[in-house]
Write a protein that binds this ligand. Structure first.
Ligand code: HEM
Ligand SMILES: [Cu+2]
Length: 504
């Protein structure tokens, strides 16, 4: 079956053509999802910007639900499936275990995504319950069915990744131990496996309850199980993002980690500790004891945070060593000034590291502390935190990788390179302002998920905000406009390259 492969002239990888097709289709779907999610982002942000206050409450909740699902669900996970196939098949010169199963996974995920999107659009009054789907909010059964189909599809893709690794090992398609990037993807896949198990425990009974087949959930128990699923799923994103950091350090400047064991140990810490740290989501819930919460969000959480800090040394270290080897050795920082800043993949990588660490990471450690959590809980500050981690960090890393996927997998020259140079900066600075504006206004008491900040929907009570809160909301709004330009540029460049890029 030699005709099923081609050899990449740049990297020398043996590329399995059916795997390549699946990487393409999952990647394109991810870009469509970020387009939809991005339009919704702008609408929602223009509503939270109090001076503009664009949407009615119903439209706000409709678009907020769709923004959450299309960004955190579909953009991120379709892209991750493409990464899994790329690491297991392409990077190991192996055939994908079963392309048919890959297509099945894709069809399940796509139909699930469409079903959930359509149920929210058609009947927002009932179905705009946001992706946390907290009981006793009860959507139409189709909403949950869509979520379950999507999750089963993602699980199928993860199993296909494992099967492909098994073949690669059996047929000895690579030498030595698993490359670090593949090891990172494997970490993500292992976490995904456990995560999707808890996803099933949370959502299948909710689905049967929505059809009145089973009794109601205890809301407290639901939240505990839901977060065992939804927090761990963020850890998949972190692991995948960091695998991409190592990959981009190599692709952009030829950097490899100074100490393989150190980096592998850091991935291992995620597997061991990150799942327990989910308790930061239930710190204000009654039901679990303070002692357990404090143990969990202190010791267990710090073991996981340590892992991120190890990577945060290893990746810039790899970049520095590689650039010094190229001769940039003057002073402490010549390597940094002479780095390939015009390469959008490089600037996206650096912005991803900075935003993830400084905006997302630090605020996460603060908000996840028992004693401080009450200041953050259900305020816009939480939304600010995860726009630092996943909206800025993970998204920027995936955007950066796209600039290599286009020539290497789609085999087309990237169009609009002149604009591509600015794309990560526009998006990165924009989302950073969004995150900072959200965090600051949240600490002045601005709630998250609220369309009517001052009137509270006529609920009959008032809250006097410090006027500074509104200033920060404006900064969030201006950041949203900037991020929208950067996001639109990304979609334009990606789609433009697919349609018009010169064939390589
Ligand atoms: C153009 C860039 C973006 C802007 C301007 C933006 C803006 C917003 C705003 C204003 C909210 C509503 C907060 C509230 O009212 O409670 C929100 C929520 C959210 N955003 Fe974004 N966002 C952007 C990108 C992203 C990305 C890339 C992701 C994920 C990868 C993401 C994930 C989420 C999630 C999960 C929520 C919470 C939804 C909920 O509460 O159910 N956003 N975003
Ligand atoms: Cu969490």
């Amino acid at each position: 079956m030699a005709e099923e492969f081609r050899t990449c002239p740049v990297t020398g990888f043996k590329v399995h053509l059916p795997a390549e097709k699946l990487i393409k289709v999952n990647g394109v779907t991810a870009v469509v999802a970020i387009l939809i999610g991005g339009i919704m982002a702008l609408l929602v942000a223009m509503t939270r910007w109090e001076t503009i206050h664009l949407l009615s409450p119903l439209d706000y909740y409709k678009f907020l639900t769709l923004h959450g699902w299309n960004m955190l669900g579909y953009w991120i996970i379709f892209f991750e499936v493409a990464i899994l196939y790329f690491t297991a098949a392409v990077m190991l010169n192996c055939r994908l275990a079963s392309p048919k199963v890959g297509w099945l996974a894709y069809i399940l995920m796509l139909s699930g995504a469409l079903i959930t999107n359509i149920t929210v659009l058609m009947n927002p009054a009932k179905n705009a319950i946001m992706f946390t789907s907290y009981v006793p909010l009860k959507a139409d059964p189709l909403y949950y069915l869509g979520v379950i189909l999507f999750a089963v599809g993602a699980l199928t893709a993860v199993l296909l990744f494992f099967a492909t690794l098994h073949i690669a090992r059996k047929e000895k398609t690579y030498k030595g131990s698993l490359p670090l990037v593949v090891f990172g993807a494997l970490t993500a896949a292992i976490l995904a496996f456990g995560t999707l198990f808890f996803g099933a425990v949370a959502l299948v009974p909710t689905f049967t309850w929505s059809m009145d087949l089973t009794p109601t959930w205890d809301a407290l128990v639901y939240r505990i199980i839901f977060w065992a699923f939804a927090h761990s799923s963020q850890q998949i994103n972190v692991s995948a993002m960091i695998a991409v950091w190592y990959l981009l350090a190599f692709l952009t400047v030829g950097g490899t980690t100074i100490n393989e064991k150190f980096s592998r140990l850091a991935f291992l810490l995620y597997i061991l500790f990150i799942n327990i740290a989910s308790a930061h989501h239930i710190l204000v819930d009654p039901g679990v004891t303070p002692a357990w919460k404090i143990w969990n969000t202190s010791y267990a959480m710090y073991a996981a945070v340590l892992a991120s800090m190890m990577h945060a040394f290893a990746v810039p270290g790899a970049i520095e060593v590689a650039l010094r080897k190229k001769g940039y050795t003057r002073g402490l920082f010549e390597w940094l000034w002479k780095a390939p800043w015009k390469n959008p993949a490089f600037s996206a990588l650096i912005l991803s590291i900075i935003t993830f660490g400084f905006l997302g990471g630090i605020t996460g450690v603060l908000a996840g502390t028992e004693q401080l959590n009450i200041r953050f809980h259900n305020t816009l500050a939480i939304t600010g935190h995860f726009h630092g981690t996943v909206a800025a960090g993970t998204t920027l890393a995936f955007m950066g990788l796209t600039y290599y996927v286009l020539p290497l997998i789609f085999r087309r020259e990237v169009v609009g390179q002149k604009y591509a140079v600015y794309q990560p900066w526009l998006f990165g600075i924009g989302v950073s302002l969004v995150a900072i504006g959200m965090m600051a206004s949240g600490l002045y008491g601005v709630p998250r998920r609220h369309a009517d900040l001052t009137g509270f929907g006529g609920a009959g009570f008032a809250f006097d905000y410090d006027p500074t809160a509104f200033l920060w909301l404006s900064i969030m709004g201006l950041g949203a406009l900037l991020a929208a330009v950067g996001g639109a540029l990304y979609v334009l460049i990606a789609v433009g390259t697919l349609l018009k890029g010169k064939k390589l």
